[in-house]
Design a binder for this molecule. Structure first.
Ligand SMILES: NC(=O)C1=CN([C@@H]2O[C@H](COP(=O)(O)OP(=O)(O)OC[C@H]3O[C@@H](n4cnc5c(N)ncnc54)[C@H](O)[C@@H]3O)[C@@H](O)[C@H]2O)C=CC1
Ligand SMILES: O=C(O)[C@H]1O[C@H](OP(=O)(O)OP(=O)(O)OC[C@H]2O[C@@H](n3ccc(=O)[nH]c3=O)[C@H](O)[C@@H]2O)[C@H](O)[C@@H](O)[C@@H]1O
Length: 433
């Protein structure tokens, strides 16, 4: 099939490259010329395991990129919208990028004779497909949805770092169609994908809600584990021992029970906020979800409190931050828990040395005054304390490197340092244990 994919970020690029790998003819559409040029020259615009190879293999063949909506829509039968849906200043969903992408698609559909299907893959609050995107498409195209063109909502569940694998091996595929025909067209695209559970066919607002309920539940598991961990620490109980046993209950499962510095990334924080915003808009006070966010926002400040308990005031002290990405396996720093930690350290007058295997460059754009290092060893040298913020595997092997510190205080926000087995003696503090 012929597909165009609007937005060449994490979701759009992975969707485009994987659809090309499945044999479809794919055109990426992005307003960022640099991203368009990269894809056309066979280079991925983002760092994601396995993505470079896919783009290299298909660029110039069945994978192309452009910034011209009209030609891309004319050359395809389906368009996926994969643009960002960030939080606005109040934490509610900001649909301005979806609006502009929908308008551009609408104008292009207006000047096309054949039937076209628009599929929203961006995470959007319930009612957006029906009450926001569809009217924009109708107005811009001068055509009628369900008759002249189709509309569907197909939420994405991939994890960054494992995005290509997740796209190719989904545990479920959800298609919320405005009209049956457009749902059938979208479903057909995934013919060659083996789905662990099943294809779910539903209406757009249910598909939208499934995505939010899914992310909010996972975020709730993490905040719950953090709350239990914070209580455990006060009682001198190892919360990892506790949650390991709790996770043995098949009704709970062992996943997403790791306490620590909290959840970051481009999705959990903004999606829980967006759902609470939508909920308040329709007159329901989301007490539990508000608390999920509060617990999460508090965890990074606990790191600083623990640090101050150990070394006193932070003014002019050199502190190492190990890990800047919001989790291992990515260069993404969006809502990384390292951001509030670095902000707190700078506010308190500390000098910061930081190291991340992938994300130094991205964090440099946010905090230019930090001294970015090329290795953990360099970052630890002469430092007075270290905060571990990301669960990179290479941090598991650190040992003698801690010996380079002036003062061997290590505050671990991810339970990644094997503190019980180190040869080097350190003053170890776990955030919840
Ligand atoms: N990042 C992730 O792991 C996941 C993200 N999602 C959802 O997918 C959506 C996209 O997220 P990301 O890929 O992370 O976003 P992103 O910010 O990485 O990428 C968005 C892309 O859209 C482009 N863009 C902006 N305005 C445009 C326009 N008018 N026309 C064409 N291109 C335009 C940008 O240049 C950028 O390349 C969001 O709603 C997000 O919540 C869903 C599942 C996983
Ligand atoms: O909607 C999205 O964008 C995606 O959000 C998450 O994926 P992602 O943000 O890539 O990362 P996760 O692996 O879920 O981790 C999110 C955050 O939670 C933290 N986390 C995770 C698990 C845990 O037990 N404890 C914990 O603190 C991680 O360190 C990280 O900061 C979901 O897992 C995906 O299914 C979803 O598609």
């Amino acid at each position: 099939m012929k597909v165009s994919v609007v937005g060449s970020g994490y979701v759009g690029t992975v969707t485009a490259a994987c659809l090309a790998e499945l044999g479809h003819q794919v055109i990426c559409i992005d307003i960022d010329e640099e991203r368009v040029n990269k894809i056309n020259s066979g280079v991925s615009p983002i760092w994601e395991q396995g993505l470079d190879e896919l783009i290299q293999n298909h660029a110039g063949g069945n994978l192309k990129a452009t910034s011209d909506y009209e030609s891309a829509v004319n050359d395809s039968d389906i368009s996926f919208i994969c643009v960002g849906t960030p939080s606005d200043d109040y934490g509610n969903i900001d649909l301005s990028i979806v609006k502009s992408a929908s308008e551009s698609l609408g104008y292009a559909i207006g000047s096309k004779d054949d039937y076209h299907v628009v599929v929203l893959k961006s995470t959007v609050v319930p009612e957006t497909t029906e009450n926001f995107v569809t009217p924009i498409l109708e107005q811009a195209s001068g055509k009628q949805a369900g008759k002249d063109f189709g509309v569907s909502m197909n939420p994405e569940f991939l994890r960054e770092g494992k995005a290509v694998y997740d796209f190719m091996n989904p545990d479920r595929i959800v298609i919320g169609a405005l009209d049956k025909h457009s749902g059938d067209v979208v479903s057909h695209l995934y013919d060659k994908v083996e789905c662990l559970n099943e294809f779910i066919r539903t209406n757009p607002r249910t598909a939208e809600m499934i995505k939010y309920a899914n992310n909010s539940f996972l975020a709730t598991k993490i905040s719950f584990s953090n709350e239990i961990g914070n209580i455990c620490k006060k009682l001198d109980i190892d919360t990892y021992e506790v949650m390991k046993v709790v996770g043995m209950d098949f009704r709970i499962s062992p996943y997403f029970l790791n306490s620590g510095a909290g959840f970051g990334g481009s999705c959990f924080p903004k999606d829980v906020r967006a759902l609470t915003g939508k909920s308040k808009e329709i007159g329901y006070e989301p007490i539990l979800l508000d608390s999920v966010i509060r617990v999460n926002e508090n965890q990074p400040h606990r790191m600083i409190d623990l640090l101050e308990e150990k070394i006193g005031h932070l003014e002019n002290k050199t502190i190492t931050v190990l890990g800047l990405a919001f989790k291992n396996g990515t260069d993404d720093i969006r809502e990384s828990r390292s951001v509030p930690v670095i902000a707190d350290l700078l506010y308190n007058g500390a000098k910061i040395k930081a190291y991340d295997p992938q994300a130094n460059g991205n964090m440099k754009k946010v905090f230019s005054s930090v001294n970015y290092c090329d290795s953990a060893e360099e970052a630890l040298y002469n430092s007075e304390a270290c905060l571990v913020m990301t669960d990179w595997n290479e941090f598991k092997n650190l040992d003698s490197e801690f010996g380079l510190m002036k003062n061997k205080v290590v505050v671990d926000g991810r339970r990644i340092i094997p503190f019980q087995n180190l040869e080097q003696e350190i003053d170890y503090v776990g955030i919840c244990w």
